[in-house]
Design a binder for this molecule. Structure first.
Ligand code: SF4
Length: 437
């Protein structure tokens, strides 16, 4: 066993792609370990890689940015693409995109980190990642069944930013800021609106801490938002430490997209701080295999090496990731990066999301194409978060065919039916028995 890895002195994973040359730049001017001057080899080990296409992009569109700036998450956040003019500078916009962006006001603005923009199709308006972040006219069409708050989170909000729906766990909305704004966001009503969204402030956090101290049934806190990793290390450290001091809270999770859209956020200082607050888990929002870059290999490796169990959350999106081949490439790539594909979500019916939503059948078919056909760890749970606050409901291909006397008849991944002796069981009684093969 490699003890220096265990001590966290080298955050790089054991093996790397050799096709990408890391840019040998420290993340920050003070990135040396333990306050000592790092030797050249050490600096190289801590450098963040820059993929070849991304490097070409940033030299073309951000020629004045230094490598240090590009690899600084604060620069990425500050320099987000926010306006029609900035979009126009980088992308060949369609008339529809230009008009939709021009008409936008309120929450969920355009916001794309330069790094994430580098992964998008510049000329193709139908490129998957671009579709998820650049608005189009369909976003202004509200279809029947669509709501501003489809999961009724506001109804279950007990103090500002704290949603208590399930008995033993809460959702803690830490901030209204994200590093990028996804056009299908469930919290589109809350995020990115400088005029009225839920904003970080210590007073609100204090109300949440008071509530949590009084509610001893809460053992699990999910930090979300907005994106908690847009908060600086010191405030995040305070928040986690404060939660850790509440004895009945056993478990804290962070829901984030930052390691994917702003992987530079995963600095050695961040992981060092997070390690103090175990048990800490992380759910990372992935959408498409294009996101599996050398930068993301690095950010997930740093988190995994810090002992943080990683799971993915993916929203099923029409003509973006709603086919078996794309999803299989994604889940295999996640496993290679030590991220367990955890949830595949049916897209929530927020207003203006009709062009993103598939039929539920499409999700079931994807699960059918994965289960049994590939590693069990690679198959996420396909869920619908029930509109109206019903919580997550697992959707799965039917495996129970029926019952024949004492035998339960069950279907395998190839569609073949088998018998399982189950004399005390009742499952399958109500279905019409079929002959087993
Ligand atoms: S990162 Fe998450 S919270 Fe932020 S816009 Fe995307 S889906 Fe919404």
């Amino acid at each position: 066993m490699n003890l220096h890895l265990l001590r966290g002195h080298d955050l790089r994973p054991p093996s790397r792609s050799t096709s990408v040359t890391p840019v040998a730049v420290p993340e920050t001017p003070n990135s040396s370990q333990n306050g000592t001057t790092a030797e050249p080899v050490r600096k190289k080990a801590l450098a963040f890689p820059v993929g070849p296409e991304t490097r070409e992009f940033y030299r073309r569109f951000y020629p004045d940015a230094t490598k240090t700036e590009w690899n600084d998450w604060r620069w990425q956040l500050r320099t987000r693409v926010r306006t029609l003019a900035e979009l126009d500078r980088i992308f060949v916009l369609s008339d529809d995109e230009r008009s939709a962006v021009g008409h936008h006001s309120g929450s969920l603005p355009v916001g794309i980190t330069p790094y994430y923009a580098s992964l998008m199709g510049r000329e193709d308006a139908n490129e998957p990642l671009r579709r998820t972040h650049v608005m189009v006219g369909e976003e202004y069409v509200r279809l029947p069944g669509e709501e501003d708050d489809p999961l009724s989170e506001d109804h279950d909000t007990v103090v500002p930013g704290l949603v208590h729906r399930y008995p033993d766990r809460v959702l803690f909305l830490t901030t209204g800021t994200c590093s990028t704004y996804c056009r299908y966001c469930t919290r589109s009503r809350l995020v990115g609106n400088p005029g009225g969204e839920y904003q970080f402030n210590v007073r609100n956090w204090d109300k949440a801490f008071d509530y949590l101290e009084q509610h001893k049934e809460v053992r699990d806190v999910l930090l979300s938002g907005g994106d908690p990793l847009t908060i600086g290390d010191d405030k995040l450290d305070y928040l986690l430490g404060r939660l850790r001091r509440i004895k009945h809270i056993e478990f804290v999770r962070i829901g984030t997209k930052a390691p994917v859209v702003m992987p530079q956020r995963v600095t050695k200082d961040l992981v060092k701080m997070l390690k103090k607050h175990h048990p800490l888990w992380m759910s990372i929002h992935f959408t498409h295999p294009t996101e599996l870059t050398p930068e993301v290999t690095e950010s997930t490796a740093r988190l995994a090496d810090a002992g943080i169990p990683l799971g993915s959350q993916t929203v099923l999106l029409k003509d973006i990731n709603d086919n078996a081949a794309t999803m299989k490439t994604l889940v295999h790539g996640l496993l290679k990066r030590r991220v367990k594909p955890y949830y595949l979500y049916q897209c929530d019916p927020i207003k203006g999301s009709g062009h993103f939503r598939t039929s539920v059948d499409a999700g079931i078919e994807i699960i059918r194409s994965l289960r049994g056909h590939t590693t069990g760890y690679a198959t996420p749970m396909f869920v619908i978060d029930a509109p109206g606050g019903g919580g997550k409901i697992l959707m799965a291909p039917d495996s129970v065919v029926g019952r024949d006397g004492d035998d339960l008849l069950i279907r395998n991944f190839e569609g073949k039916v088998y018998r399982y002796p189950d004399p005390q069981g009742t499952l399958g009684r109500e279905t019409v028995p079929l002959a087993a093969e």
